[in-house]
Write a protein of this length. Structure first.
Length: 134
């Protein structure tokens, strides 16, 4: 996988007078089996999250509320994505350095993951990440 595999994805949306319904299905909006969902909230102003890469895990990230930035990198190039709508998400491929920042007050970041939590899947040191991708 590479940074070019990471992309913005529009979520299926059904809207009527009662409101909107967003639909995310495995192998449609996201190219993997869903094994875990987690979310970040109450992130204090000025704080960032992430700062790691995954060896095998893939993710789909979207803003359930508010907004935040996702910075992705492959060791050579960085891309910044601003997420601020629940009907637009970001697919993050394996071996991609990820950092989340600029959380608005009340922001909720929802992540759908391809696997359960496994500490040994994380690369938490950027120099180690750079060595791993060469």
């Amino acid at each position: 996988m590479s940074l070019s595999d990471c992309k913005i994805v529009n979520v299926q949306k059904i809207k009527d007078a009662r409101g909107s319904l967003g639909i995310i299905e495995e192998f449609k909006e996201i190219p993997f089996t869903i094994k875990r969902v987690y979310y970040l909230y109450d992130v204090p102003a000025g704080q960032s999250r992430g700062g790691h890469a995954h060896k095998e895990l893939e993710e789909f990230i979207f803003a359930g509320n508010g907004s935040f930035d996702v910075i992705l990198g492959d060791g050579k190039t960085k891309k910044r994505f601003h997420l601020d709508r629940p009907d637009t998400g970001l697919y993050v491929s394996t071996m991609t350095w990820l950092k989340l920042e600029n959380f608005s007050p009340g922001a909720i970041c929802i992540a759908i993951a391809s696997d359960v939590y496994k500490e040994d899947d994380y690369i938490r040191d950027y120099k180690t990440f750079l060595k791993s991708i060469k």
